[in-house]
Design a protein around this ligand. Sequence first.
Ligand SMILES: *Cc1c(COP(=O)(O)O)cnc(C)c1O
Length: 350
Amino acid sequence: MKEPSAEIIIDIDVIRNNIIYLKSLISPKTKFMAILKANAYGHGLNKIAKNIDDIVDGYGLVRIEEAVSVRKFTQKKILLMQGLYNKEDARLAADKNFDSVIHNKDQLFILDNVNIHAWIKVNTGMNRLGFSPEDFLTLYKSRLTQKEFTLMSHLACSDNPADDLNTKQFNSFNDISKSLKETTPKSIGNTGCILNFPQKTFDWVRSGIGLYGGFVGNDTLEPAMTFKSQIIEIKKIKKGDRVGYNGRVIASNNMDIAIVYAGYADGLPQATLDNTKVSINNFSANIFGQISMDLVSIDITNIPNCNIGDWCIFWNKNNSLKSLAIENNLISYELMTRITPRVKVIYINS
Ligand SMILES: *Cc1c(COP(=O)(O)O)cnc(C)c1O
């Protein structure tokens, strides 16, 4: 056996299929921006950009160094979604032909740079970033009537269509739009909006989690990432024995447990609960005991022929990402982005 290591396997075809599916839900006139922030939600910025450039219209990023990196692979639009923070970076952005969000007064200096297309962000109800509708209209009258810009906002609960904050946000966005030229491009939709409000996607959607197949209430999208590691030890324990740090779990019967070479230092959440489902040799098995830095213990009592070297899958296409997130009160965004650098990364279909 080679020295074991937790691995993620990233299937580029799955990402491409997710994009094609998401695009099929919206008007062909709506442009599709792939959100690659946070190292493409943990999937590898450059590799993903290189492999989807023919089917997307642009990219959304947060950090300027990520944008510089993606520019090597594309001539398409690149948006800095949290704007620019100093003139030096604005010069670099202009030079690289980046668009930039402006979300507050401190970022208005970006407007002085004629070579940067601005996306003015309004706060329609999420109350995180963006100008209030009133401040936006004042700004519009004083500085934007002669300028080309994109109107932008962000939805707080698009993954829950029943939440009436969605209506409030769409209404506010529409009200603001009425004051602008009809030709002003607009963007409000993230993945949840594509899935739940496909008629309200305006000129640009900005889709992140959907590309990677994180769970936002839709089972057609498939996770592109498999996260797995190998069993390095198998133990028989007796009824009453306790397992792992703090002896958190107590065997209710004689049991077989497998020790798998992955822990919170690989990105498995330390707070993962007992009975969270994983998969070994196509059988479902339960996490049994507190997650250690490098190890996790799994109840394999009901799995026939389980051996050292067999793989334990924490999540893959078959949706254990969804159950892991739901059972532990986590979101798939966090599970994907918390995979640490020591985990081996393998790409397929790239
Ligand atoms: C992250 C982000 C998105 C993408 O959201 P998903 O839910 O991952 O589709 C869109 N817009 C902005 C401004 C973001 O920060």
